[in-house]
Design a protein. Sequence first.
Length: 387
Amino acid sequence: MPNQQTQAIRIQTDRTNEMEHSTPMFLTSSFCFDTAEEMRSAFADESDDNIYSRFINPGVKEFTDKMVALEGAEAGYSTASGMSAVSGSFMALLKQGDHLLACNSIFGSTHTLISKYLPKFGIEYSYVSANATAAEWQAAVRPNTKMIYIETPTNPGLEILDLSMIGKIAKENKLIYNVDNCFATPVNQKPIDFGADLVVHSATKWLDGQGRVLGGVVVGKKELIKEIYLFCRTTGPALSPFNAWVLSKSLETLDVRMERHASNALYIAQQLENHPAIKTLRYPFLPSHPHYNIAIQQMQNGGGIVCFELAGGIEAGRKFLDALKMLSLTANLGDTRSIASHPASTTHAKLTEAERIAVNIVPGLIRISVGLEHKDDILKDILQALA
Ligand SMILES: *Cc1c(COP(=O)(O)O)cnc(C)c1O
């Protein structure tokens, strides 16, 4: 088996008679059969023939196969967005009366899905702190707990959860261990190596890496993915073949891009760490990070996000954003272009102050998604805005 980096480049849909080098886009909603018998057997799941692009499309399969290889998974299914990957993994595998145990520091829409919509279907949930010990995780497991769901590093607080410690709790209690690996990407962190049964992604972020398309993917154990596939092909959050083509091409450069994002981010973090306008700064690969020891055990690098707290609180945060000249103010992250955001006044403005503090979103928190511009240009813009 070739190295995963090679597989991300070389896994490819079979060449057509045109002998193209780059995979063409298969912009077709359905696929033809030569005979009634072939069509019957495809519908009866006796063959892998393409039927309809809500089920599968060659370009979507190519992207999925690459992600399966990168994460070291058995199988996968790609979806229209990260949220449809997350919701598909919940709705296909949880039923009325089940309990979902999640980390409290999770993506905003995932929190809404868990706390507002799962209860409508009779699915219970509870949260554990990102800093919980093994004993606290174990104490939170209930007789009806079915799944553990976490993110690491968390957004935007950059908490690092111990993948292996939580994996052991999941295994001992026979729970499905579901990890959102969006922030790290598989070139930086492989949750399956630490016991994850499922890994979900927003492909919209680093996997695309250029802020162009929405997408999602869930990979993991074959029998679990089968259920998610059957749920999604029925409910319809299929990944568009166009987006799949863009995303599959993006994976060819994921490894080199993430290396540069991370080295730029480490540089920015080191340069800013002792700046007088910054109260605290977080980057997983700085020894000052409270979970540095866990980060270096489970991650290849510190990733592309740097967070810091401005001494002046919420007003200083808004002023800082207004003073930036190059960095973009936008809701996305994981782009070639560096992005700054102020969670307390934007993505997490709907939470109460107490709720924000509970997940480490202090008023002056700034999140930088470090891009691929020259590191000194990124630093220069941040420094002049701090000044
Ligand atoms: C963006 C994001 C999602 C949701 O992905 P979409 O593609 O926007 O639906 C889920 N988890 C994390 C950690 C994210 O950053």
